[in-house]
Design a protein around this ligand. Structure first.
Ligand code: FAD
Length: 456
């Protein structure tokens, strides 16, 4: 009988696994179950639909089950939730959410690509209308409609509170400001983008404030006020005195995500130290014939090999492809991640890869910090300062991580540094990299070269 692959979840990782499996084998029978209606969408594009930079949500959801059937001969069943796994019998129990009918399907290989859910803290009033998380196209449609229909509801949406200043919160902030809203960001930690080192994230604080964002740091939302179940404001603790209530017609909760491990646990799969599903480098879980990919799964740190969990679309796609390849006899293995990421915050690109200084110290390294602020290209062609911070192991000189913030060019430098770190570069190696130069793009000695010159 042909190999029968069942995939649970069809956004980034699940669809990549299905597509790669099909590319490797024409005969496999591939079925994908997805409880939502949208599939294979760009979650990363959702803030820009809310802001209007992306006009039509269809641009983010270009594929539907008919496309997958025609292109890959993969059967995608939306509105179908997998509610149980029997790993001994190799069956899944599936509920058709439209009819509430439940049926059993069999598999040879099962791929868990169940992703994450947004954390909604138990704040009184958090279930009020007008309070949203941002995870799916439905969330984005609902937020945009809430803003655009405010006038017809008799409550124009003028002021938004964003709870949590991680990258999703800040992308939403930028887009809400672009729509003309007044935005307050409430962050419990000391800076926006708190995963960066404080000397870098303080620059993000400055950029937010420069664009009129009311940034409340070290502050916590303790309640959500409502009128007839519709949000009217938030109560804040830890902010400036007398500023413990903020009026708002819209609240975005973006305080993080947790992996959807229910099904994995139910299947008896080992959960790793990070709280996500433990996998090996081929994306196999601890249970035979059960694989896990994408945000639900752990990854490996490129430098240490330790399990890490950094749920990102870039990694999710890769993991899906690796599992799809491995289960159809291919050689792919996951080489791990550096958690490389970038976010635009108004006029700044904010990027990081590998360890921050704080993380490197916590991991026990004797840390060398390399810092420079150089124009990303000559000032005569509009160069703007690029703040580049790298950290290295003093004992060996090996690069451990980098952070870059600048109006332009942060993306390129962080990718060069991520590549260098992946191949085990030490600080001095950076000086020797033969990088592209024209004054329209860079300086003769690039900021990356200057980092490589810091110790010599
Ligand atoms: P998910 O996208 O979470 O999909 C999992 C799917 O599984 C869901 O559709 C869910 O309904 C389904 N499912 C779960 N359980 C079941 C079940 N039992 N039965 C059936 N179906 C089930 N990443 C970046 O790298 N760069 C970015 O700039 C970036 N920006 C982002 C911005 C936003 C606003 C958001 C929300 C995310 C962003 N991400 C970004 C993260 C990226 O979107 C995710 O890493 C990616 O979507 C993960 O894909 P996934 O397939 O692993 O999981």
């Amino acid at each position: 009988a042909p190999l029968k692959i069942v995939v649970v979840g069809s956004v980034a990782a699940g669809t990549s696994a299905a597509a790669k499996a099909r590319r490797n084998t024409e005969t496999a029978q591939i079925t994908v179950y997805e409880r939502d209606h949208d599939i294979s969408y760009s979650g990363c594009g959702l803030p820009y639909f809310v802001g209007g930079e992306v006009k039509d949500i269809d641009e983010l959801t270009p594929r539907d089950p008919a496309w997958f059937k025609a292109r890959y001969d993969v059967d995608v069943h939306t509105g179908h939730e997998v509610v149980a796994v029997d790993a001994d019998a190799r069956t899944v129990t599936v509920r058709d959410l439209a009819t509430d009918r439940t049926f059993v399907d069999t598999y040879d290989e099962l791929v868990l690509a169940t992703g994450v859910h947004a954390v909604v803290p138990p704040i009184p009033g958090v279930d009020s209308t007008g309070v949203f998380s941002v995870r799916t196209p439905s969330d984005a449609r609902a937020i945009r409609a809430w803003i655009e229909d405010g006038e017809s509801r008799g409550r124009v949406v003028r002021h938004a509170v964003v709870v949590g200043a991680g990258y999703i919160g800040l992308e939403m902030t930028e887009q809400l400001v672009a729509r003309g809203l007044t935005v307050t960001v409430v962050e419990a930690l000391d800076h926006a983008m708190p995963r960066l080192d404080a000397d870098m994230s303080v620059r993000v604080d400055g950029e937010l404030r420069k664009h009129g964002v009311d940034l409340r740091l070290g502050a916590v939302v303790v309640g959500i006020a409502s009128d007839d179940g519709v949000v009217t404001g938030v109560a804040v603790e830890g902010g400036p005195p007398g500023a413990d209530h903020i009026d708002a017609e819209l609240v975005i909760v973006s305080v993080g995500v947790r992996p959807n491990t229910d099904l994995a646990e139910q299947a008896g799969v080992l959960i790793g130290p990070t709280g996500a599903v433990a996998v090996d480098r081929r994306q196999r879980t601890s249970v035979e014939h059960v694989w896990a990919v994408g945000d639900v799964a752990e990854s490996f740190h490129v430098i240490t090999g330790d399990p890490v969990w950094v749920p990102l679309g870039s990694t999710a796609n890769k993991m899906g492809r690796i599992a799809g390849d491995a289960m159809t006899g291919g050689p792919l293995e996951h080489r791990g991640i550096l958690g490389t990421s970038i976010v635009r915050v108004f006029d700044l690109g904010v990027a990081q890869t590998g360890f921050t200084e704080d993380q490197a110290r916590a991991a026990g390294y004797d840390v060398e910090v390399l810092h420079n602020i150089k124009p990303d290209r000559p000032e005569y062609l509009g160069g703007k300062p690029l703040v580049l911070k790298a950290v290295a192991d003093r004992a060996t000189g090996r690069l451990l991580g980098a952070q870059a913030i600048g109006a332009t060019g942060a993306d390129k430098r962080i990718d060069v540094l991520a590549t260098a770190i992946t191949f085990g570069a030490d600080v001095a190696d950076l000086f020797h990299l033969d990088l592209a130069y024209s004054p329209t793009y860079a300086t003769t000695k690039d900021p990356v070269h200057y980092t490589g010159m810091a110790l010599t």
